[in-house]
Design a protein around this ligand. Structure first.
Ligand SMILES: C[S@@+](CC[C@H](N)C(=O)[O-])C[C@H]1O[C@@H](n2cnc3c(N)ncnc32)[C@H](O)[C@@H]1O
Length: 307
């Protein structure tokens, strides 16, 4: 689909769309190289993804994700954030899956920072009333999803104040943990893409410009495209070639801020390479505006990589 070609083995680095299994790819990334991971895993509710059976026994599902979270912990920088979006399960087979996931992540050592309620405003389309107008068996309709937020090791994420891009107005608005955002309507052949506004808020609130932002269940590339548009580096992982091709197209179309010089992240191998010829602050400010989408495109978005 989309004419994307698979090339060579997965290379560690960033600004890449990687077709592969989340855990296997995470295990090949450099340790402490990601500042923010944002993801929405398959919810185990029989959603028809291309090439993935979304129907594991509940314990096997949690055990699988637990290993992914374990692998993620190694690649997060100290203070790095993990933002996990998960929907309530179906009304009839209700399981408090967000409690199970929070427990597992805390047992693995993550600090749980908060829980944001993403209110999807979908009540207009409701059909499942249970016992209409009677207490015999009324249903609560899940019109929201959870956005669970964790940190690795410490609450603070060190960063250069010059790379903060959130405005006072945005900070005030996003720090209210009830986010009313409609679900994405342009599905692009995927059953469950993120709305861009949800990711914009998370990326701006929890990361600095120039940070590395990862989605290891990346789907159509919403996280990668938004991260790039906001002047962050991205890593996208998904098992589906079709979704990786879509993500590649979206990332190519995402234009980073014209005035953004995007520093390589602290401690990343690329920073060491560049530091041999790293710009002085003066040179850096002269480069502002010259670093274009073309520069970034040459860093890894020409085709997705197969792990
Ligand atoms: C809920 S969707 C993510 C959608 C994404 N947030 C977006 O905006 O398009 C989950 C994704 O996980 C992918 N997936 C399933 N198993 C995987 C695995 N083992 N490793 C990586 N990705 C996987 C599916 O192909 C699917 O695209």
């Amino acid at each position: 689909m989309g004419g994307a070609r698979a090339r060579g083995p997965a290379k560690p680095g960033f600004d890449r769309v990687i077709k592969g299994d989340a855990r296997e790819v995470l295990d090949r990334l450099p340790k402490q190289s990601v500042h923010l991971a944002v993801t929405s895993p398959p919810y185990n509710v029989k959603i028809p993804y291309l090439g993935y059976q979304d129907d594991l026994p509940p314990d096997a599902y949690l055990a699988w994700l637990r290993e992914v979270w374990r692998s993620l912990y190694r690649v997060l920088v100290p203070g790095g954030r993990f933002v996990l979006n998960v929907a309530p399960t179906s009304i009839r087979d209700f399981r408090p899956i967000h409690h199970d996931l929070s427990r597992d992540l805390r047992e693995l050592g993550y600090i749980m920072r908060t829980e944001i309620v993403w209110y999807k405003q979908t009540m207009g389309r409701r059909t499942a009333w249970g016992s209409w107008k009677s207490p015999s068996n009324p249903h609560i309709v899940p019109s929201w999803e959870y956005v669970l937020v964790f940190s690795k090791g410490q609450w603070k994420l060190p960063g250069d104040p010059a790379t903060v891009d959130i405005t006072a107005r945005e900070f005030e608005k996003f720090s209210d943990g009830f986010w009313a955002i409609p679900p994405e309507r342009r599905r692009q052949g995927h059953p469950a893409p993120f709305p861009e506004e949800l990711i914009e808020r998370i990326v701006k609130f929890y990361s600095y410009r120039g940070n590395v932002v990862l989605d290891m269940f990346g789907g159509t590339g919403t996280v990668a495209a938004v991260a790039r548009r906001l002047g962050r580096h991205y890593l996208h992982i998904d098992t589906s070639s079709e979704y990786c091709a879509l993500a590649t197209e979206r990332v190519r179309a995402a234009v980073p801020p014209a005035d953004a010089w995007i520093p390589p992240p602290d401690g990343h191998p690329a920073r060491r390479r560049r530091s041999e010829g790293a710009p002085t602050p003066d040179q850096r400010s002269r480069r502002v505006g010259r670093r274009s989408a073309t520069d970034l495109a040459s860093e890894g978005t020409s085709a997705f990589t197969v792990a």
